[in-house]
Design a protein around this ligand. Structure first.
Ligand code: ATP
Length: 360
């Protein structure tokens, strides 16, 4: 295994426990994304990998060798930060070349590597320009170039797109994916944006309050979330959750009674009198009856036409949910409405532990 983190903890000098028992193995060439809300410990973990923050306990290994005590240089990592400072008086060429120039690398070699890096990044025509004559996205590419040229084993990025506008972010996102494809560099990327995580990652690590909530491919996290947090974090709009106490094998949703035995069979008995959370994704509902599933009556409060899809905000009694349908099916507002949730799109969670209830 290329990189391993074993029971890694970070306790800051003020006593704050920022990262709890972090375990992860990363293969060579993988693109791993750490995602989670602000303060969940993603940057702290990345900085421990970079060697910019010491590891309080646990082990960090590169190629099977303990690297806890190694300096950033010895770890052969390159990092791109959120705020990338380019040297304003230096050309793009000199900015990209800077690290190599400092190391006293031969000029011919520098020239060759800068040109190669610029080609990967689409900066060939801008090498003579000063940073102020570049767009935000181009500047960010120069910052990536500066890290990329160092030919390191591990490439670390901390919210590299957060200073760009929405459109530039989408463009740079696909460029970063392309750069990864071309270089094959092992990459660890931190973001709070689930779309960035989903589109870039081979594997995603979802974090919350210093804990790893789940590790998996984008597909796994979307279709097989292990807990309420991951189910609600991945997907846009987020998964709907109906929380209710099981009575007579069912939970209420407004005037509807959702018979859980349809999904759980006889195991529903274990939950009688207990609270359960039933989840379904806005985009998985059907407006036509389904063979196996729930028929749900509700009221349409508001619709949001997004182009190909429409978000429908509904209420059922005191509860709310969002449905995402083909915009040709957009209903009127303030009407009674019926939709269907296929059983295979229903997720059940234990309300006490917030863990997924596995039924196989
Ligand atoms: P963001 O997206 O806001 O950068 P993050 O997930 O990267 O968040 P971290 O920067 O890793 O979060 O911080 C994790 C927690 O550790 C936060 O609660 C933060 O306040 C705390 N923290 C960070 N640096 C220190 C420090 N030097 N001393 C004490 N606590 C710290």
């Amino acid at each position: 295994m290329f990189i391993e983190l074993k029971n890694v903890n970070k306790i800051y000098p003020n006593g704050f426990h920022a990262v709890h028992n972090f375990n992860l193995e990363i293969e060579k060439g993988e693109f791993v994304v750490f995602v989670g809300p602000s303060g969940c410990g993603k940057s702290t973990t990345l900085r421990m990998i970079a060697g910019l923050e010491n590891i309080s306990s646990g082990e960090f290994l590169i190629n099977g060798i303990r690297a806890n005590e190694k300096s950033p240089r010895e770890r052969e990592v390159a990092m791109v930060f959120q705020s990338y400072a380019l040297y304003p008086q230096m050309t793009v060429f000199d900015n990209i070349a800077f690290g190599l120039t400092l190391q006293g690398v031969d000029e011919d070699v520098i020239e060759e590597r800068v040109k190669k890096t610029a080609k990967i990044l689409g900066l060939t025509d801008y090498l003579d320009r000063l940073p102020r004559a570049l767009s935000g996205g181009q500047r960010q590419r120069v910052a990536i170039g500066r890290a990329l040229i160092r030919k390191v084993g591990i490439f670390l990025m901390d919210e590299p797109l957060s200073n760009l506008d929405a459109k530039q972010r989408v463009t740079m996102r696909s460029e970063i994916a392309q750069i990864h494809q071309e270089t094959g560099a092992t990459t660890i990327y931190v973001t709070h944006d689930q779309t960035e995580a989903m589109t870039l990652a081979d594997r995603i690590v979802v974090m919350k309050a210093g804990y790893v909530m789940q590790v998996g491919s984008p597909y796994d996290l979307y279709f097989n979330p292990e807990n309420v947090f991951v189910a609600g974090f991945i997907g846009e709009p987020p998964m709907n959750f109906i929380r209710g106490t099981v009575r007579g094998g069912a939970i209420p949703f407004g005037d509807n009674s959702l018979d859980l035995s349809l999904k759980m069979g006889s195991r529903v008995g274990e939950y009688e009198g207990k609270e359960i959370i039933l989840g379904f994704r806005p985009e998985h509902v059907s407006l036509l009856p389904v063979e196996k599933g729930y028929r749900i009556g509700c009221r349409v409060e508001l619709t949001e036409m997004l182009g190909d899809n429409t978000n429908i905000y509904i209420t059922a009694g005191d509860s709310q949910a969002i449905l995402k349908v083909d915009s040709h099916d957009t209903p009127e507002t303030d009407i009674d409405f019926t939709f269907h949730v296929p059983l295979e799109s229903v997720y059940l969670f234990d309300a006490e532990t917030e863990s997924r209830i596995h039924l196989d």
